[in-house]
Write a protein that binds this ligand. Structure first.
Ligand SMILES: [Zn+2]
Length: 322
C-alpha cells in the first residue's frame, strides 16, 4: 500500500494536474467509495461548479481543496488517480469521475475497492474521522526531536507496531518503518521505554532521512508517474532492508533476515539491530538459517526495488493499517 512518500508524490502530481480546474459534473460508478456523503447524487451536487485550489496531504490521506469544500481521499491498497481527456474510453475499475469544464476528467481507479472519499466544509475535516485522531506529521516543522520523544513516552509497546500506529505518527507503513529502524540500528522488538536518549534521536533522524529521501526520489521522477493515460503508478526507490531477505546489509554485509513482528513481515540486520532479551524465537531461527544460506554464493543486490502504488511491493495481501 502507498506510504507517505508515495502519497506525497501523488499529491504533488495532482497539485500540478488539477489546480484551477472546475468541476462540471461527477459520475459515481461505485458508490461504496463514498463515505461522506454516501449518496452519489448528494456527493456530485456538492462538488459541481467548484474549482480545485490545490492538493494537500495529512498522513496518507490526500486533502483536495476546492473553493468552499475539502475532499479527503485515501488510496488504501490500489487506488490511483489519472487525468484523461473526457472522451477517452473509461477503463474497468474506474469508480469516480470528476468531469472538468475544460474537457478533461480526473478519474479514480481502484481494483481492490478499499479507497475512501469524504467531503467536508473547510477546517471541519480535522475535527472528525478519518483525520481527527492522526498523530505527528513527520515532515512538518512541528515534528521535533522533543515532540517525537513525548509521543514515544514510556510506552511498553514494541517500537515497530508503535511507529505503524497512525495515532502516534502518520505516514509510516511496513516499508519505511523497516527502513528507518535499520538506519537507526534499532531492533523492531525493542519496546519504546527501553530506548536510550541517543537511540531516540537516531530514530528521529532516521525517520526524517528515510522519508525525505524517498519523497525526493519520487519527486525527481514525478514525470514517470504519469503514463500515456495520465495515470500515476510506478515508484522506484533504493531500499536498505525491506524486501532484501538474504541479501547483505549495506553497512556490515550480514544477511538481512525476515520474521514477523505484530503480524507484519519484518526485515532486520541482526548485527546492526541488536535483538532485545526475549526476542521472538522466529527471529533467532531465521537468523541461523539466513547465516547458513549466506555461506553460499551471495545474490547480487538489485539496483532498485520496484514498488507500486497498488501495494505489490508492500507485502501482498496485508490489510491496510488504517
Ligand atoms: Zn548490518
Amino acid at each position: 500500500m502507498p506510504e507517505l512518500p508515495e502519497v506525497e508524490t501523488v499529491r504533488r502530481t495532482l497539485n500540478s494536474l488539477i489546480t484551477g480546474k472546475t468541476v462540471r459534473s461527477v459520475t459515481v460508478r461505485l458508490p461504496r467509495i463514498l463515505q461522506k456523503p454516501d449518496d452519489p447524487a448528494a456527493f456530485a451536487a456538492m462538488l459541481e461548479g467548484r474549482t480545485f485550489l490545490g492538493a494537500e496531504r495529512r498522513g496518507k490521506f490526500l486533502r483536495l481543496v476546492l473553493d468552499g469544500l475539502v475532499l479527503v481521499s485515501h488510496l488504501r491498497m490500489e487506488g490511483r488517480y489519472g487525468l484523461y481527456r473526457d472522451e477517452e474510453p473509461v477503463e474497468t475499475h474506474t469508480h469516480v469521475i470528476f468531469h472538468f469544464t475544460d474537457g478533461t476528467a480526473l478519474r479514480y481507479k481502484d481494483v481492490r475497492q478499499f479507497g475512501t472519499m469524504h467531503l467536508f466544509a473547510p477546517g471541519e475535516e480535522f475535527l472528525s474521522p478519518p483525520l481527527k485522531k492522526l498523530g505527528l506529521e513527520p515532515l512538518d516543522d512541528a515534528f521535533t526531536p522533543d515532540a517525537f520523544r513525548k509521543a514515544l513516552g514510556k510506552r511498553t509497546t514494541k517500537i515497530k507496531p508503535l511507529l505503524l500506529n497512525q495515532e502516534v505518527i502518520v505516514g509510516l507503513g511496513n516499508i519505511y518503518v523497516d527502513e528507518a529502524l535499520h538506519l537507526a540500528g534499532i531492533h523492531p522488538e525493542r519496546t519504546a521505554d527501553t530506548l536510550s536518549g541517543p537511540e531516540k534521536s537516531r530514530l528521529y533522524e532516521a525517520i526524517r532521512a528515510t522519508l525525505q529521501s524517498a519523497v525526493e526520489a519520487g519527486g525527481s521522477s514525478v514525470k514517470s508517474y504519469v503514463n500515456g493515460q495520465g495515470e500515476m503508478g510506478m515508484f522506484q526507490h533504493q531500499l536498505r532492508a525491506y524486501g532484501r531477505t538474504g541479501e547483505p546489509c549495506d553497512r556490515c554485509a550480514s544477511p538481512i533476515v525476515k520474521f514477523t513482528v505484530g503480524g507484519r513481515g519484518t526485515h532486520v540486520c541482526l548485527r546492526c539491530q541488536k535483538p532485545p532479551k526475549g526476542a521472538s524465537q522466529a527471529a533467532t531461527a531465521n537468523a541461523a538459517s539466513a547465516a547458513a544460506a549466506s555461506a553460499g554464493p551471495r545474490r547480487k543486490r538489485a539496483n532498485a526495488v520496484k514498488l507500486r502504488l497498488d501495494g505489490e511491493g508492500a507485502g501482498g495481501g496485508e490489510r491496510p493499517a488504517n
